[in-house]
Design a protein around this ligand. Structure first.
Ligand code: FMN
Length: 187
């Protein structure tokens, strides 16, 4: 079974995109699709970037643990809100911390907004950033517009049937992307 991590990017008080991360965690588990875990950037609380991992003299245990999980993952779903037409600083902060760890890693995106457009501008930034890092980005996005109306605070969708019907081809396509990839395994 594949190991698909979910990065939940918002650290905001009363965040809503985390509910989408919780939905994916449940979807993957309940349908026996993958082992999974949410890497919640609010829990990790990475300090503001001051050095790439490679140059850190004494990386914290939680930085090492996060890195190990990224390396071990067959694929990663990044759930992120759109902030001012881009991604939140919490996410950019952790992307920049690492480099080779993202290399040829299959990465899918789910962009989230309170408004009508589902974080479409954040998506273009994500695609560009991970292109620079030579990740294998899955080009199908899972946009969630009006997130506050779509999920409760434990990640249960208001309309499960409809949400699952959207998630199914998205996840199936991502699994195909993972299977056809030649992800570089870092020890
Ligand atoms: C600083 C900030 C900037 C935002 N900018 C945008 C934006 O550019 N486009 C948009 O659709 N929503 C924007 N939003 C609203 C978010 O989409 C909304 O907060 C949503 O719930 C997802 O973010 P969250 O997971 O932090 O809750 C912004 C919210 C904040 C806090």
């Amino acid at each position: 079974m594949k190991n698909i991590l979910i990065i939940s990017s918002s650290v905001r008080i009363d965040r809503k995109s985390h509910n989408v991360a919780q939905y994916f965690e449940r979807y993957l588990t309940e349908n026996n699709i993958a082992t999974t875990e949410i890497l919640d950037l609010k829990d990790y609380g990475f300090p503001i970037f001051d050095s790439v991992f490679k140059s850190l003299k004494a990386p914290s245990l939680y930085v090492l643990a996060f890195r190990d999980k990224i390396i071990a993952a067959d694929g990663i779903i990044i759930v992120t809100p759109e902030y001012n037409g881009s991604i939140p600083s919490s996410l950019k902060n952790v992307i920049d911390l690492f480099n080779d760890e993202w290399f040829q890693k299959p990465i899918a995106f789910s962009t989230v907004s309170a408004g009508d457009f589902g974080g479409s501008q954040a998506l273009t930034h994500l695609q560009f950033i991970f292109w620079k890092l030579h990740a294998l980005t899955y080009t199908t996005n899972f946009p969630v517009a009006k997130v506050q109306d779509k999920f409760n605070d434990t990640g249960i969708p208001a309309n499960k049937k409809q949400m699952d019907a959207l998630a199914k081809p998205y996840i199936e396509g991502f699994i195909e992307c993972i299977e056809s990839s030649v992800a570089k395994q870092l020890a």
